[in-house]
Design a protein around this ligand. Structure first.
Ligand code: SAH
Length: 249
């Protein structure tokens, strides 16, 4: 009987440890390092999204490119939840810097995310509030935030890593006034086009998530030029942090 209890405890803990982690990027550049390191890959297409199931540093993962914007991000995350049985989500990629402390290639890890282009304020709601829900915030998981922070500090050094609010909307922000508004309205540190949509779906499925973004630009008048120069370096920074996280999970 004692032996049986021990076996059961061992089995339960093994099962509990068996994570299946979705790792999502919006663009090819954001997942290319991850795909090149994957083993035992099984590739499948659903609604034009290609899902790569397999092992990354011995962890069970499903890696995919969501495509750009909130609809692509939400749809592909939903497919990952329904068809690939993932129990943790990491989003990796690039973003525009909003907070003045940030330099290009620095990293912001989400504490929570907002959809900055949600606007039913005419009915008295807060800016960014999703009608029917109380708040504007989609929270990241504390444990994943910690693992991401430790990994980011190892990969890039302590002075390049921040935890902060990430604002998401279906716009490439390249305007100083818009940057100021995102800071005033939401206290945003970084702006991008997918994170809060993924976090929204993750929260609805009660699945832990974290978003990691390395800055490709400063979301100002020269954002499109900086973006082109730095997108690959920033995308690789973020992917390397994810690889490091897998060693700690
Ligand atoms: N290269 C694409 C456009 C990329 S859109 C094209 O040629 O059409 C920008 C991507 O990087 C999005 O996935 C978004 O999440 C992120 N991003 C980086 N800087 C951003 C900014 N300033 N504003 C919004 N999204 C930004």
């Amino acid at each position: 009987m004692k032996k049986f209890t021990l076996l059961l405890a061992l089995l339960t803990s093994t099962l509990a440890m068996a994570d299946r982690i979705a790792i999502i990027g919006a663009m090819d550049s954001e997942i290319k390092i991850l795909l090149s390191e994957m083993k035992e890959v099984k590739k499948e297409e659903r609604a034009t999204v290609v899902f790569y199931e397999g092992k990354l540093l011995n962890k069970d993962v499903v890696v995919f490119k969501s495509g750009i914007g909130k609809v692509n991000a939400a749809m592909s995350t939903t497919i990952a939840m329904e068809e690939y049985d993932v129990n943790k989500i990491i989003f990796t990629g690039v973003a525009g810097a909003i907070n003045k402390n940030l330099n290009i290639t620095d990293v912001v890890i989400s504490d929570y995310l907002v959809q900055h282009d949600y606007d039913t304020t005419i009915f008295g709601s807060k800016k960014g509030a999703v009608p029917g829900s109380v708040d504007t915030k989609f929270f990241a998981d504390k444990q994943l935030i910690n693992i991401a922070k430790n990994s980011a500090q190892k990969v890039l050094g302590k002075n390049k890593v921040y935890i902060g609010t990430i604002a998401t909307g279906d716009q490439f922000i390249a305007d100083k006034k818009a940057v100021e508004a995102l800071e005033t309205d939401f206290g945003a540190w970084a702006v991008e086009m997918e994170g809060a949509a993924v976090a929204h779906v993750a929260n609805l499925y009660k699945t832990p998530i974290v978003v990691i973004r390395s800055m490709s630009d400063k979301a100002d008048g020269s954002a499109h030029m900086n973006y082109n120069d730095f997108v690959n370096i920033a995308a690789d920074n973020s992917a390397k942090i994810v690889m490091n996280m897998l060693l700690e999970m």
